[in-house]
Write a protein that binds this ligand. Structure first.
Ligand SMILES: [Zn+2]
Length: 346
């Protein structure tokens, strides 16, 4: 028997034989090339390979800190795609990157920015390295995704079309992955391969926030802007442009802010992804913090409990804490509040 390398930790339902058949099927899907990326692929440059290596080692470090099993993603399971490909592949449902859990493949678009590319790789790798469980449906050939991280697919109705089942905590998985990616970006900025671009983005951000402070924008809004801004196109050459514009710091700040505003209107800047889901998560983290009566010191500590559940697959410690703080039945209620019912590309 061949050794299993697919990324599923568990298969549920069915007899032991059914599970073996299902595991072999998952292995076949894992070993086969994904057809959906055909025609969109770009060749990986040495720089891309280096970026992937750096990002993956940081993602693995985080997964391991959360108690998750570190699963390697072979390089031929990572697809670099032309800009705009994901929108075409998913009929407009997703942009930038995609994770295909059944075969453990990811597809990420690459334009001129290594920073955006690295960020998308991190996001999709976090999805890919989350805990995975499959379930057997009507027969051993009917194998479906059951768990991807904290997300759990509803199995009440076996007639639900594959990939259209309701997913409990679906938005939560996105929020956790996006939050882990946001944090990883700070670490990534220290890596030589991204240093130049991130430094330029930081210099521009410094000018802009200087201008906003001067204009009397409240400090919490400025902090949020700094936290959320991810990417400015051609940041390095824009820094040079601002420096050439004037020697006066105030004039530079105003010029950079004006430039940013124009780019923002043209939708050419990027903020950290999944703002809606993350805000929903922050709200619940803050509520738990306030109601915990000192059990937690900060938002971060509670977030780590969620992240652990996501990467280990073990709900129990999280469920216990939530029920203890918010009362009986609150874990189930939360799973419902963060549920999703969208057709997904698997
Ligand atoms: Zn995602």
């Amino acid at each position: 028997m061949k050794e299993k390398t697919h990324s599923f930790e568990r298969i549920i339902n069915g007899s032991e034989e059914d599970k073996q058949v299902a595991s072999d099927t998952l292995q076949e899907i894992y070993d086969s090339k994904s057809g959906s990326f055909e025609g969109y692929e770009l060749e990986k440059t040495p720089e891309d390979l280096e970026t992937i290596r750096i990002v993956e080692s940081l993602v693995d470090k985080k997964v391991s800190e959360c108690g998750g099993k570190v699963k390697s993603v072979p390089i031929d399971h990572i697809f670099i795609l032309k800009l705009g490909s994901i929108q075409k592949i998913t009929n407009g449902r997703l942009v930038g990157g995609i994770h295909q859990p059944m075969g453990s493949k990811i597809g990420v678009e690459r334009g001129e920015s290594q920073l955006l590319f690295a960020s998308s790789i991190a996001h999709e790798l976090f999805h890919s390295k989350s805990y995975k469980a499959a379930r057997i449906g009507k027969s051993a050939d009917d194998i479906r995704l059951y768990r991807s991280g904290i997300q759990m697919y509803d199995m009440k109705n076996p007639d639900d079309k594959y990939g259209e089942e309701k997913s409990y905590f679906g938005e939560m998985e996105e929020a956790i992955v996006a939050e882990c990616t946001r944090k990883l970006l700070n670490e990534l900025s220290k890596e030589y391969i991204l240093k130049e671009e991130t430094e330029a983005v930081n210099i521009l951000t410094g000018w802009m926030t200087g201008y906003y402070r001067h204009m009397g924008i409240p400090e919490d809004q400025i902090n949020m802007f700094e936290m959320e801004l991810k990417y400015i196109p051609n940041a390095q050459s824009r820094v040079k442009q601002v420096i050439a514009f004037s020697d006066d710091e105030k004039k530079r700040q105003a010029y950079a802010a004006g430039m940013f505003e124009a780019l923002y209107k043209q939708k050419r800047v990027e903020m950290v992804e999944r703002y809606r889901e993350r805000t929903k998560l922050y709200k619940i983290l803050d509520k738990l913090l306030v109601d915990s009566g000192g059990m937690f010191k900060n938002r971060e500590e509670i977030f780590n409990v969620f992240a652990k559940a996501n990467f280990t697959g073990n709900y129990l410690p999280l469920a216990r804490i939530i029920e203890k703080i918010l009362g009986k039945g609150s874990f189930r209620k939360l799973a419902e509040e963060f549920s999703e019912q969208v057709e997904k590309i698997i």
